[in-house]
Design a protein around this ligand. Structure first.
Ligand code: ZN
Ligand code: ZN
Length: 287
């Protein structure tokens, strides 16, 4: 089996292991092209992003692994960069300044509490409910409109190479019902967002973390998003958003099978430093 994965977190952010441990595990699992994407540093205290002072070592560790294992695997350097509306241009700037091979742009924060601390959409249920009540007056539709508005703003003004987990907010529905993906207003938001994505040339990831972490019954995006991606002919890649080496190809086989059933025939991969579309099936990419 031959796979790729461009969304990986290691000990430099909220992952647990060394870069080399991820690489060795990836090789064992048949991953032939691997990208590291630690959470890029942000301006506030938190437990999950990389520290500015660790950036040099992070990039150096990736480079060392790239050289050491060049016969077995292609290794690329990236960051998962948060979108904040008041920091327009950050994704492009980071990518250029740090000479990254590609970027992942993700929306995790849609507003802030009264004390100024940012409110994330993928935190624990209690934090989500607190923000929904205190910041959005329990108007879930307004939260979703903001979430997709920010995604569109990022795509239009500071477009990353890969759009991260486009509907991750649905993970909150797993513990408690907040909204239905069957509602026409929700489907319209997804449609508008992916229509814009189609114009930018962004690669939309199909992220399997929801499945192996049991946070949703479908990938990010799920069947609704996948059908729209197919309809709009948007390129996709398969990523696991691994935070542990054992998650590197988590739920890949069944997701690849589903993608084939939806009608996808190719995945975007980084091969010899360029993005290429390659055919695949449930047993892997036809490298
Ligand atoms: Zn993320
Ligand atoms: Zn991630």
């Amino acid at each position: 089996m031959t796979w790729t994965n461009y969304h990986n977190h290691c000990k430099y952010c909220d992952g647990v292991d060394e870069i080399e441990t991820h690489v060795l595990h990836a090789i064992k699992e048949g991953v032939i092209s691997l990208g590291f994407s630690s959470h890029s540093p942000v301006s506030f205290e938190n437990q999950w992003s990389m520290k500015v002072e660790d950036m040099f070592n992070y990039l150096q560790d990736i480079q060392a692994a790239k050289e050491k294992y060049s016969e077995q695997i292609e290794i690329y350097k990236s960051l998962e960069i948060d979108f904040f509306p008041d920091q327009s241009g950050l994704i492009k700037k980071c990518t250029e300044d740090l000479n990254l091979d590609y970027s992942i742009g993700s929306v995790h924060f849609v507003d802030a509490f009264d004390d100024g601390s940012p409110w994330e959409i993928d935190g624990p249920l209690m934090t989500f409910e607190k923000g929904l009540e205190e910041v959005f007056n329990n108007n879930i539709r307004a939260v979703l409109e903001r979430y997709f508005d920010y995604t569109i703003e990022m795509l239009e003004n500071d477009c990353p190479t890969i759009l991260g987990h486009v509907d991750k907010i649905k993970m909150q529905n797993h513990n408690k019902f907040f909204f239905s993906e069957q509602e026409s207003w929700y489907q319209d938001l997804m449609k508008q967002t992916l229509e814009i994505a189609a114009k930018t040339g962004v690669i939309v990831e199909v992220n399997t973390r929801s499945l192996y972490k049991k946070r949703a019954s479908e990938t990010y995006p799920g069947e609704l998003g996948l059908r729209l991606l197919k309809e709009f002919e948007i390129p996709i890649c398969l990523n696991s958003d691994a935070h542990h080496p054992k998650e590197i190809i988590g739920d890949y086989k069944n997701t690849a099978l589903l993608l084939r059933q939806v009608g996808f025939k190719e995945l975007k991969v980084l091969k010899n430093n360029s993005w290429q579309a390659m055919s695949f099936d449930e047993n892997g990419i036809h490298w």
